[in-house]
Design a protein. Sequence first.
Length: 108
Amino acid sequence: MPGATEHGNIGAGQTMTIHSTAPRGIGSSDADGRSFDKIVRHGGRSFLATTTMAAIFVARAEDVIARLDTELVPLLHRDGVELLLVGPSTSFAVVDAAVGLRGPSPRK
């Protein structure tokens, strides 16, 4: 899939929620003008993040995996911050958020 970074199949994982307040809306911008245009999938959950925050998460996660280590890797996303457990067997993906894309409406 173009624009995607994938690491295995999406599977169960562990997360720790630190904070959870922010504007809602796929592809929306917040009061600071940040655009949430990436979806980070981890442990059966999806998180909307900015391109920069998703890239930082992927870089840190790939570093942890390359060292064959396991760590909690922070992800700043639309709803706050998550500490996502990442290790050599962790599955996650980062994909572009598609906004407003639907097929044609059924005719009546």
